[in-house]
Write a protein that binds this ligand. Sequence first.
Ligand code: NOJ
Ligand code: CA
Length: 515
Amino acid sequence: MSTPWWRDAVVYQIYPRSFADSNGDGIGDLAGITSRLDYLADLGVDALWLSPIFTSPMRDFGYDVADYCAIDPVFGSDADFDDLVAGCHERGLRLLLDWVPNHTSDRHPWFLESRSSRDDPKRDWYVWKDARSDGSPPNNWNAMFKQVPAWTHDEATDQSYLHLFLAEQPDLNWANPAVEEAMHATLRYWLDRGVDGFRADVVNLIGKGTDVDDLPDPFWRFPLLATDRPFGHELLRRIRALLDSYDHEPMMVGEVYLLRDGESASYLGDLDRPELHLSFDFRPLHSAWEIEPMHAALSKMESDFAEPRWPTFVLSNHDRPRHRTRYGTDARARAAAALALTARGTPFLYAGEELGLEDAVVPDERIVDPDGRDGCRAPIPWTAAGDDETGHGWPSRPWLPFPANAATHGADVQLDDPASMHTLYRALLALRRDHAVLRRGSIEFTDPAGALLRFDRRLDEEAVVVLANFSDEPIPWPTDLRAADMLLSTIPGERTVGAALQPSEAVVLRQMRSK
Ligand code: NOJ
Ligand code: CA
């Protein structure tokens, strides 16, 4: 069997509102993305994942969908979408869309119908329950944002509906086969229009069913664990069958926000009963830049996703502060990039990490996200020229302020700078392309001694060693690697094998191997 494309790929996540604006309304759009495809192809990524572009009232910036089969006008037209698909495919880039199966917008026609009366044929498309006899919500679950009850009472029919996120994001009832069928149709719609797969939003939550018992924990009442049920796996097996019925190998990566051992990986299913192709493991994303927790997170991920499973590697996304901000220095962000792009698994880059962007500092009056995630969603500075509010290659003032380091980390000044973050990412992506061992080789972590992280990749005669210094002190060069070849160091400039590893330096070495 040939290697599926998504095992060899590096995926690049675009937050469309903040990528590139083609018409000067301050909001990034599809034509903006199309205009930057050469930049992305030159960087060397293989696939793009767009955060939601469907019709939405934008209470959760697209994660509240009012029509799964239409582009929101703020992002452009159907023709713009077709141009984007064609532009991607011409350059050998695949395109993934963000599919939001757990909930719709409260403006979705399905929900408008559902809430209209208890007898409406779509009533059971959502989860409606009576209040308890004392008038309190049907159970003690809290919603994800703002720690409010996960139920909103609707006067019109005197029942409450479930929403694990905002009240404007009612949960679909996947226990109803009509919902499953309608949602399958949305997948087919985009596959028929040429997309290469999906990132599936909080996909484990769709298996929650409708028997909604109280949760025991009085402090943390978001029902993640209560929703981790066999039914979710059954649903995913049917989704997988749908994807597998297409010849172009569409891929689905699931956002499974379960952090305990084995949980996320379980959503890949088994060889004979497959579910997701990929399932995010966010333990490294939640780890500090410290040797012990990072080594623990990576080795747990590796054991959970051992063959025939396959892991991902995520340093940043649109929900968490960027890793450049979390880790605090360029040098650490550079070392982290080296790990993400040389470890076993499919790396997911978040647009702008290749520029070393920090989060924006967003003043209170400009915060628009219900969960305060605005900082990591700042617009991409295509040029260094500009201030916090304007310029940077944007035709008008964008919807959010620019990243804190936009003036020094604009794309234009990085493109030809051998010491830039962008040059490092290009080099790492080229290395990964040129050395099959980095994509397909085995991986073995060494138990850390001090602050040195080490893993070895092997494939046939090829052997590569990756070292990262997690401390702010030099570390002596490992004696067994004196004869290795230097493929890459994250410290710019000349680098010789054998000299101590600099603070926050990572290196990629090729080891001579006797057969
Ligand atoms: C996870 C998404 O990544 C996040 O941005 C969104 O707010 C929630 N799911 C709800 O859809
Ligand atoms: Ca625009």
